[in-house]
Design a protein around this ligand. Structure first.
Ligand code: ADP
Length: 395
C-alpha cells in the first residue's frame, strides 16, 4: 500500500510518499513560498540526489500538480502511475471537539473542517484547501485527516476548562484543545513500548520551534501545555507562552497597539526571539550565550524554567511519573538543554546518564539502569503516524 502524506501550510506544502509494506519513505519534499515571490520545490527521491526547481507556484493546486508530476517523472519519480497511490493522509491542525480521532473526509467532513477554521484561521484553511485539491485531482482516492488536536480530546473538563465564565465555553467552545498531538501520540506510544508498560505515566516534551508538553496516562492525555491556540504554555521560538493576561490590555493601552499588532507581537516577536533579541533558533541562542551574551544566557534559563514548571506540574497531576520523553528539534538535538533540565529532576528520581545523553537525533535512554524515572530521547515522526492512521482507516 502506498500512501501520500501532505502537510499544507499557508504558503508551503511538505510531502512524503510511503511504501507501507515496510513503512519506508519513497520520496519526500517541500514546496515553499507558494503564492509568493521566489517559490520553489525541493524533491528528494529516496537514495537519489535532491532536486530543486525554482518556478512560479501561484497556489496549492499548482503545487500539488507539480508534486504529482515529480512523483511520476521518468528520471526523478518513484511511481509509474498515479493509481499506485492508495490514499492521501493530510495533517489538519484543528479538529475541535468534533474529531477525537483521524477520519476519512467526505463532503460533510469538509464542511465541518471549514466551520472549524474559525478556531484556527491561519492553519485550517490551507489544510482544507489541500484536501479539496486532492479530491479534485484524485477523485477515487480516499482522503484522510489526521488532527493535531485529536489525541488531546481525552482531557477531562478539569484540565480543559479555563477560569472564565462558562458561557464562553458553551457559546464559542473556548477551552484547551492542545496541539502537536500526533507527535505526543507517536513518542508516548513508543515510550510505553520501550517501558513494556501500557498503563505508564509519561511526560512528553515536544521542544521545537513550537513547543508543548503533555501528561499521558495509559495512552490518554490528561493535560497539555498548549491551549485554545498554540500560544499557551512554554516559551517558544517566537511565541510568548504563559503570561499574565492583563499584560495584553496593559500594553495595548500603553503602546496604542490594536488586536492585530498584539497578536503579531505575541505569536511572532516574543519567546526566545523576543527575550534574547538574537534569534528564534535555539542553536544561535546557545552560541551567543557561550560567547558571553547575557540576554541569550537568561533566555536559556527562562526556557528551562518553563519546561521544569510543566514537568513538576504534570508529575503532580498524574501523582507520579514513570518516564519523560524529549523530542523535536531541541528535544532531540540539544544535549545541553536536556542535561540542564534533568539536573533539576533528581527529586523525582531521575538518575541522569551524561554519557548516554551525548547524542543527537536518535532513540536512546539517557538515564542510568535502575533510574526510578526513565528519560528517553525519541525522535518524533508525525508523517509516519499520519501514514499509519491513513492505512488503518482505508485498508
Ligand atoms: P518545527 O517546530 O519547525 O518542526 P523543529 O522541531 O525542527 O521545529 O525544531 C527547531 C528547533 O530545534 C530550533 O530552535 C533549532 O535551533 C533547534 N535545534 C535543531 N538542532 C539543534 C541542535 N543541534 N542544538 C540545539 N538546537 C537545535
Amino acid at each position: 500500500m502506498k500512501i501520500l502524506v501532505l502537510n499544507c501550510g499557508s504558503s508551503s506544502l511538505k510531502y512524503q510518499l510511503f511504501d507501507m509494506d515496510n513503512e519506508s519513505v519513497m520520496a519526500k519534499g517541500l514546496v515553499d513560498k507558494i503564492g509568493l515571490e521566489g517559490s520553489e520545490l525541493a524533491h528528494t527521491p529516496e537514495g537519489r540526489d535532491k532536486l530543486t526547481i525554482k518556478k512560479d507556484i501561484p497556489n496549492h493546486g499548482v503545487a500539488i500538480d507539480l508534486v504529482v508530476e515529480l512523483l511520476l517523472d521518468k528520471k526523478n519519480g518513484v511511481i509509474a502511475d498515479l493509481g499506485e497511490i492508495d490514499a492521501v493522509g493530510h495533517r489538519v491542525v484543528h479538529g475541535g471537539q468534533t474529531f477525537s480521532k483521524s477520519a476519512i473526509v467526505d463532503e460533510k467532513g469538509l464542511a465541518e473542517l471549514e466551520r472549524l477554521s474559525e478556531l484556527a484561521p491561519l492553519h485550517n484553511p490551507p489544510n482544507v484547501l489541500g484536501i479539496r485539491t486532492c479530491q479534485e485531482k484524485m477523485p477515487d482516492v480516499p482522503q484522510v485527516a489526521v488532527f493535531d488536536t485529536s489525541f488531546h480530546q481525552t482531557m477531562p473538563a478539569s484540565t480543559y476548562l479555563y477560569g472564565i465564565p462558562y458561557k464562553f465555553y458553551e457559546k464559542y467552545q473556548v477551552r484547551r484543545y492542545g496541539f502537536h498531538g500526533t507527535s505526543h501520540r507517536f513518542v508516548s506510544e513508543r515510550c510505553a513500548k520501550l517501558l513494556g508498560q501500557d498503563d505508564a505515566k509519561i511526560i512528553t516534551c515536544h521542544l521545537g520551534n513550537g513547543s508543548s508538553i503533555a501528561a499521558v496516562v495509559a495512552g490518554k492525555v490528561l493535560d497539555t501545555s498548549m491551549g485554545f491556540t498554540p500560544l499557551e504554555g512554554l516559551v517558544m521560538g517566537t511565541r510568548s507562552g504563559d503570561m499574565d493576561p492583563a499584560i495584553v490590555t496593559y500594553l495595548m493601552g500603553k503602546e496604542g497597539m490594536d488586536v492585530k499588532a498584539m497578536d503579531a507581537m505575541l505569536n511572532k516577536k516574543s519567546g526566545l526571539l523576543g527575550i534574547s533579541g538574537v534569534s528564534p533558533d535555539m542553536r544561535y541562542i546557545e552560541e551567543a550565550a557561550n560567547e558571553g551574551n547575557e540576554r541569550a544566557a537568561v533566555t536559556l534559563e527562562v526556557f528551562k524554567n518553563r519546561v521544569l514548571r510543566y514537568i513538576g506540574a504534570y508529575a503532580a497531576e498524574m501523582n507520579g511519573v514513570d518516564a519523560i520523553v524529549f523530542t523535536a528539534g531541541i528535544g532531540e538535538n540539544a544535549a545541553a538543554r536536556r542535561a540542564e533540565i534533568c539536573a533539576n529532576l533528581t527529586y523525582l528520581g531521575v538518575d541522569f546518564d551524561d554519557q548516554a545523553n551525548d547524542c543527537r537525533g536518535k532513540e536512546v535512554e539517557i538515564t542510568k539502569p535502575g533510574s526510578k524515572v526513565k528519560v528517553f530521547v525519541i525522535p518524533t515522526n508525525e508523517e509516519l503516524m499520519i501514514a499509519r492512521d491513513t492505512q488503518a482507516l482505508t485498508k
